[in-house]
Design a protein around this ligand. Structure first.
Ligand SMILES: Nc1ncnc2c1ncn2[C@@H]1O[C@H](COP(=O)(O)OP(=O)(O)O)[C@@H](O)[C@H]1O
Ligand SMILES: [Mg+2]
Length: 266
């Protein structure tokens, strides 16, 4: 059986694709589904940093360069998730052949129930392959005119490749982005909003911790939204957690974390 594949895209960079991909994949895996996360952003790989896999010797780069088997590029992530990271080096980027990406995904697909693919921003060949091979395209947009305009172009690009975008995830929303505002944004790209993710301090904190918010701050507002979205995409109903002591302690933990200017190892 082949996995259900979700490709995460956006037109504009920095909208939160990688953050969403990591948390969505970890949340789906947390629902006891065999899940794989692939970092197809070959040039600006971030997943390895977000999950503490930056020292991995064999990555998607080596697999796409025919230097390693895909089984050797599979790493353990949170909640039982499996991860194929891309490497950080430019040499790795240079030797990786993006034309092989589809074959690699097709090879691993029978071993999983769900695959989440993180892609580079904008229109390029890797994103095209990731769209062509997937079942559903999800766009992560921020509530800004630039992100929405670029999102419209990505929607058209996806349609050109024969895939309709399943919906958008509106990220980094602030209290002023009320329902009317969000509906206006969604209707301007003529797509459904699958989930709304707030600006949330647990995100920078989880990057420092090298562990996704859904694993490290499970009661944060954004983790609750990510879990809801994962359940929706898996067709599962989950109860919303009620505000209790654990949630209050977690909020304190988020507020008390000091974000360093440099994350480099001492
Ligand atoms: N909901 C959020 N709340 C706070 N910060 C966020 C949120 N989403 C993204 N970020 C920040 O934005 C940065 C860019 O996100 P990222 O997922 O790397 O974007 P992309 O993959 O689309 O380029 C992240 O490093 C993170 O610090
Ligand atoms: Mg990214």
């Amino acid at each position: 059986m082949a996995a259900k594949i979700y490709t995460i895209t956006s037109g504009k960079g920095g909208t939160g694709k990688s953050i969403f991909a990591v948390n969505l994949a970890a949340a789906i895996s947390g629902l006891a589904k065999k899940t794989l996360l692939i970092d197809a952003d070959l040039g600006m790989a971030n997943i390895c940093l977000m999950l503490g896999l930056e020292d991995s010797k064999i990555t998607l780069h080596e697999v796409l360069a025919d230097e390693a088997n895909v089984a050797d590029a599979l790493y353990d992530g949170p909640n039982g998730l499996k991860v194929i990271p891309s490497g950080l080096s430019l040499q790795g980027f240079k030797k990786a052949d993006p034309a092989k990406l589809k074959d690699v995904i097709a090879e691993v697909s029978p071993n999983f129930e769900f695959i989440v693919i993180d892609t580079p921003s904008g229109i390029n060949h890797v994103t095209a392959s990731s769209i062509e091979i997937c079942d559903e395209v999800i766009m992560v947009l921020t509530p800004e005119i630039t992100s929405i305009t670029d999102g419209s172009k990505m929607k058209a690009f996806s349609a050109m490749l024969g895939k309709e975008v399943a919906g958008i995830v509106l990220n980094r929303t602030m209290p002023e982005h009320d329902e009317t505002y969000r509906e206006k944004l969604a209707s301007s790209v003529d797509l459904n909003v699958l989930e709304v993710l707030p600006e949330d301090a647990s995100i920078p904190n989880s990057i420092i911790a090298k562990s996704p918010a859904v694993a490290n701050y499970p009661y944060s507002e954004i983790s609750i939204a990510m879990n809801r979205c994962a359940a929706l995409l898996c067709g599962i109903k989950i109860p919303e957690p009620k505000e209790g002591k654990a949630q209050k302690n977690e909020k304190k933990r988020v507020l008390n974390t000091k974000i360093p200017f440099s994350q480099s190892k001492k």
